[in-house]
Design a protein around this ligand. Structure first.
Ligand SMILES: Cc1cc2nc3c(=O)[nH]c(=O)nc-3n(C[C@H](O)[C@H](O)[C@H](O)COP(=O)(O)OP(=O)(O)OC[C@H]3O[C@@H](n4cnc5c(N)ncnc54)[C@H](O)[C@@H]3O)c2cc1C
Length: 120
């Protein structure tokens, strides 16, 4: 490597880290709570603090790999199906319709990322 100052540093390989910034404001505009680092705060089944809104992928503060994003998408899909099924059962049983949504409590957030507990 040759620095701007002209200093040379012999190396066989170079690893670099690029910042990752969300390109969409949708979750924020919907009112989802954020972590201290600005990503979407979510708990079980990738449920956000807004009923009916689930997230997956880089927008969650976690390991940023394609396979992790896919796994989170699968968990979110499971959570959405679970919520809709419960909502449907309740509507049929009681005639009342409301959005069934997993609570996002600190315990769930901590279980997902014990070192990154945070809220806005
Ligand atoms: C240089 C680089 C190298 C990487 N190498 C690897 C690797 O080797 N292995 C690995 O597993 N992971 C790698 N990753 C990480 C991996 O790409 C991400 O973790 C993964 O793509 C996250 O998936 P995602 O669906 O959350 O986001 P993305 O794949 O970024 O998908 C988000 C999509 O939403 C679209 N979008 C954004 N805003 C809007 C909007 N308002 N309306 C409609 N669409 C919108 C974007 O155009 C994009 O297509 C790498 C990332 C980078 C940047």
């Amino acid at each position: 490597m040759v620095f701007a100052s002209g200093r040379r540093l012999p190396r066989r390989a170079l690893f670099f880290d690029t910042p990752c910034v969300s390109q969409t404001q949708i979750a924020r505009k919907l009112g989802c709570q954020l972590t201290r680092k600005g990503s979407i705060r979510c708990g079980r089944y990738e449920a956000t603090s807004v009923p009916g809104v689930f997230v997956a992928g880089n927008i969650i503060e976690d390991v940023q790999l394609a396979i992790v994003a896919a796994a989170e998408g699968t968990r979110a899909a499971f959570g959405i199906n679970r919520s809709l099924t419960r909502e449907d059962y309740e509507r049929r049983a009681t005639g009342v319709q409301h959005v069934e949504h997993p609570p996002v409590d600190d315990k769930d957030v901590a279980r997902r990322r014990p070192d990154k507990l945070g809220a806005s």
